[in-house]
Each structure stands twice: as C-alpha cells, then as structure tokens.
Design a protein around this ligand. Structure first.
Ligand code: SF4
Length: 413
C-alpha cells in the first residue's frame, strides 16, 4: 500500500507560494536558514504552553513564566536564532518579556484550564498524514470547542485556509474526541464552536464563528487534496514573484536564477544551498519581476536602496553559512578561487538577567558607577577595587560565557 503523503498547513502554504521552493525543502530536504521571527514565535509559544500546561497543579507566577522564557531564549545564540546582530536579539528578548508581562496583567486573574495546549496531531486521512499543532483548545460545553492560535508577528490577518484546516482536524480527530468525552461522556461528536487568532504583541483576539460545512468540503477537495495530487504528480515548476524570491533561501540554486536545473549536492554531506554560487547583482532576474526600462531618478534610487539592502542580507546569510561549514569541517582557514577565509572565536562575559543585575546595583549603591549599564561597564565592575567583593560575587553569578565567531575574508594571495 502506498505510504500516505506527509502534509501540513505550512507545507501547503509553501507549495502555493512556489512549488520549486517546496521541492527544494521537502523533496531535496535542503533546510532553510534560521529565521528570527520563527525563533521569537517559538519561544513565546513555549511560554504559553508553560502557562496553560494542564499537567501543572497551579498556573505559574509571572516571575516563573519570565524565568522560563529566559531559559528557552538562552538555549541558542543570536546567530542560531537568525538575528542579524546581538543587539537585535537583545531587543527581541526585551519585547518578549514585555509581551509576557502585559499578558499576565490582562489575563492572569482569569486564567482557566484549557482542554489541551500545543497539541501535535497526525491524522491519517484521504491518503495524507496530516500534521498539525493546535496551540490551545478550550472546551465550551455541549461538545463544542474553541481553537486558539497565537500570533507573534507585527500584524495579524485572517487566514481562512488555516482556520479551515484546524476545523477539519478538530472535527475528525479521534484523539480530540476522546479528550472531550473524558470531560463530557455524553458527547457523540465534537464541533468547533469558535476559532480565534490571539495577537500577543497587541493582546488582541480575533474570533470567528465556525465555517459552514460546505466551505470545509470545498477547501478540502479543491485546495488540500488538489495540492497533494500536484505534489504526488511531481509538479514543481517555479512560480517566481518579487515577494517570494526576494526572501527565498534557494535563490542561488534555483533554475530561475541559475538558468539550469538543480542536480543535487556534489559532496555527500554538503548542503547545496551553502555550496552554491552566491547570487550577485548581475544574477538574472525572474521574468515576472524584470525592471521596466524607463524609471524616474526617484525610482532608481528606491531600487538601489532595495538592492543594497538585499545584498547586505545576502552577505549576512553567506557569513553564517560559511561559519557553519567551517565549524562543521573543523577548518580555521579555507580558500576559494579568489578569496580566503579565516575563522576565529572569542569568549566574552555576558550578563544574562538584566533585572537581577539592576537589583544588585541598587542594593550596593553602584548605579552611579554605571550611568548606562552596558555589558562592558558591568564587566568593568568585576575588576573595580572599590566594588565590594560580595557585590562582585553576586554579579558574577549573573554572568555566562559566550563564544563569538569572527569570520575574516580577504583576497587570496
Ligand atoms: S527563488 Fe523564487 S522561483 Fe526560485 S524557488 Fe525561490 S521562490 Fe521559487
């Protein structure tokens, strides 16, 4: 019997965006580069899971939630999260704390036990292994549930396909039916009562009524099953667009840009994305986005700004890729045909918990010594003879050692 096709809402979204991109990601299995917005969203989702975890005897305090966030956040470096700089990562960390504090201020008094949190389900249906993660399910009574999906981007907009997919999963899943029947044994069928997006940055909830059954049937047949059929038939023609290609990690191996089919990595362990030729300003643009011949000086200026920004982003991606490859190969030095790369690392002391540090500074009247408590002014306190040794000890406990990679590229001799 043929194996079910592994499928999800995000896979469907990527296929819709560009089938060739889907092929790179899920047929050739070439991973994308880390994206900071995924790292941020994932950390906040895990905090929401921590808060509402049905297995916990009591809801955590704000301090516990912040400490959990801190622990999650500290597991990876700013590079691994995909931030362009440490400063940007620190700003995101502060924003995450702000959102958690604001969430507690608004909701802590009315926290209620959900039916489930971060529920990963795989539904074997119509030749698909449909994977979905439901952020939160609340029981509304009489067999009805509310699906809640957290959003952490700048804005939130209605994504009907996502809601349809969730409704289909919830009303079909035997696991969810069992969960509901544990609460209410008289329930024969689970129905979605409400679907909601909760936008954490603005603490705003957008709630929708369940979609009519006919819309779900149309969606399932014309979008989900039709997309799955195209994938099974190997239809992966690229659909370039300015928006999609601009942020696509596969540009340097994409036939639209290279003019030739991708034939796979040359070395067994090599990632083609990292090995491939970097896109240059002269890389051919996809047909649909070729510039119009006549442009005003202002349009040319705007184009140049965009082009410069895109090159900076591309440079940063390549820097990360080269660093990762050199580390994996154990190289401190390596050569291209025209340039050579040197990789070194430095360790530095970092103060992780700003709140705690400020508390210590206040306690020992040291705020005047650090008008602006930065990492370097705080580090200086550890060697300042006028700082009491007890204060140094406590500050020392707030530190951790971070290793930073320095990649230097220059013309080969
Ligand atoms: S570069 Fe554009 S056309 Fe090529 S895979 Fe990415 S999105 Fe598709």
């Amino acid at each position: 019997m043929a194996k079910n096709l592994s499928f999800s809402y995000s896979k469907m979204g990527m296929y819709k965006e560009c089938p060739q991109k889907y092929k790179f990601r899920y047929v050739h299995m070439i991973p994308e580069l880390p994206k900071y917005y995924f790292a941020f969203g994932s950390a906040l989702h895990s905090v929401m899971e921590f808060i509402y975890d049905p297995a916990r005897p009591a809801f955590p305090t704000l301090a516990e939630a912040l400490s959990y966030f801190n622990a999650q956040w500290s597991q990876t470096t700013w590079q691994q999260k995909g931030y362009p700089s440490e400063d940007k990562e620190l700003a995101a960390y502060a924003e995450g704390r702000r959102e958690i504090e604001a969430y507690y201020q608004k909701h802590a008094a009315t926290f209620a036990r959900p039916l489930s949190v971060e529920m990963k389900s795989t539904l074997e249906i119509d030749g698909l292994s449909l994977i979905s993660i439901l952020d939160r399910l609340d029981y509304l009574g009489e067999g009805q549930v509310k699906i809640l999906d957290y959003k952490t981007g700048k804005t939130v907009q209605r994504e009907p396909d996502q809601l349809y997919m969730y409704q289909k999963v919830v009303e079909t899943s035997p696991v969810i039916k069992t969960l509901v029947q544990q609460k209410d044994p008289s329930v024969k069928n689970v129905r979605v009562g409400q679907l909601a997006f909760y936008h954490l940055p603005s603490l705003t909830e957008m709630t929708f009524e369940r979609a009519p059954d006919k819309e779900i049937v149309d969606f399932w047949q014309n979008k989900v099953l039709a997309t799955a059929d195209h994938i099974r038939a190997g239809q992966f023609s690229p659909t370039p667009s300015e928006q999609a290609c601009r942020w696509c990690d596969y540009r340097n191996i994409c036939p639209v840009f290279t003019g030739k089919d991708y034939t796979g990595p040359s070395g067994a362990a090599a990632l083609p994305l990292l090995k491939g030729q970097a896109p240059t300003p002269t890389a051919p643009a996809p047909q649909k986005v070729s510039p119009t011949p006549e442009k005003s000086p202002m349009e040319v200026l705007a184009d140049n700004i965009d082009r410069y920004g895109a090159l900076l982003e591309e440079t940063e991606k390549l820097r990360q890729a080269i660093t990762t490859q050199m580390q994996a190969s154990g190289f401190a030095r390596h050569f291209g045909a025209h340039f050579q790369a040197e990789l070194s690392s430095t360790s530095k002391t970092v103060f992780e918990n700003r709140d705690k540090v400020l508390e210590i500074l206040k306690k020992y009247n040291l705020l005047a010594k650090t008008l602006v408590p930065t990492q370097s002014t705080l580090a200086a306190l550890l060697t300042d003879p006028s700082v009491p040794s007890q204060a140094k000890q406590e500050l020392q406990q707030c530190t951790t050692t971070r290793t930073e990679n320095n990649l230097h590229i220059e013309k080969a001799e």
